[in-house]
Design a protein around this ligand. Sequence first.
Ligand code: HEC
Ligand code: HEC
Length: 324
Amino acid sequence: MSRHRALVIGACIAVAVLSACQRDADPTSGLAWAYPHGPTSTFGQPLGPGPFRVPDSALVLTRAQLDGAKGPIDWHPDDHPAAPAVVGGPARAGLTPCGECHLLNGAGFPASADLAGLPADYIVAQVTAFRTGARRSANAGQPNTAEMIKVANAVAPAELQQAAAYFAHLPRSRWVRAVETPRAPRTFPDQFGWLNRAPGGGSELVGDRIVELSDDLPRMMIGDDHVVLTDYVPPGAVERGRRVAAAGGGAGTPCQACHGASLGGAGAVPPLSGRPAGYIARTLWDIRTGARRDPGAAPMQAVSQWLTASQIRDVSAYLASLRP
Ligand code: HEC
Ligand code: HEC
């Protein structure tokens, strides 16, 4: 080995040891539950023969109509204005319409994020960060983040503006609930980054996690954007999280100082109230580990450094429990 290479390797080891001291050895340790990923997916599993209906909708679809859909099914067209093609389809080569993963009312899918009522400039900035690499997952290769990165690489600037304007103008409704409980339904992680109910049912300890589950995943899979997500959170988490928000964690600035008195957002700072705990916890950890480091995240970087994994869990439970 040349002396030069030995020096370089030595320096790398020093840097690696240093960063391992500053950060956790496993980039998701303490919060691994927010990064579910498994070997197989329930996505695309055979649906029944139909016809297909969902509550609060007059639409009835045959199996052939469902299979032939070129974008998300619009079960509740009265809920939202007409969606631009980039959101509602038809899909174009290489670009899945936003509504497939974020739903037409912007409530989001387990593993994605809710977009309804986020500031338009913030949406554009985040998609741009996914494209440039300034926003990644703390768990390299986390499959749901990888899906969003594909979209960010494919979407044209004009399409992104249209999508951002669409989601920014949607009302923020209550599509998530937090339930404090020692036990949650038994689950297994899906290949695309969410939890599925375990076949055979049963329950398991929540422990130090949050277990986030769709109340009806098959209906959500066919685009029903009225399905609620349930966050099963440890007993006491909501009140502990309220105190974290009010005190601001170790950084000492209450979350309300920047995110608004009711945590519903303020100007360009995104809302936090009534948002899914799984997403909030994951993204806080991404910010804390530096995987999410676009310039706009700088104020949050400072805040997140002072939050422990259990404070992040509790504040996420509290935020999910709030009305949006
Ligand atoms: C194939 C699925 C998929 C599609 C299609 C998709 N997204 Fe996403 N999106 C995701 C996932 C998954 C995340 C969460 C990533 C994470 O947590 O790391 C996400 C996150 C986001 C975020 C971050 C939200 C926040 O609060 O910071 C924005 C903004 C976003 N998507 C915008 C869009 C737009 C605009 C489109 C359409 C042009 C789109 N997405 C299409 C899967 C998708
Ligand atoms: C000094 C101002 C400031 C304080 C205090 C602050 N935030 Fe933030 N927060 C921001 C800004 C600005 C952003 C947008 C980051 C970006 O553009 O990347 C943000 C983004 C976030 C996001 C990401 C939202 C999304 O849609 O992905 C979360 C989650 C969050 N903050 C949680 C918190 C919590 C919890 C607290 C209190 C413990 C807190 N913030 C305190 C300024 C602040």
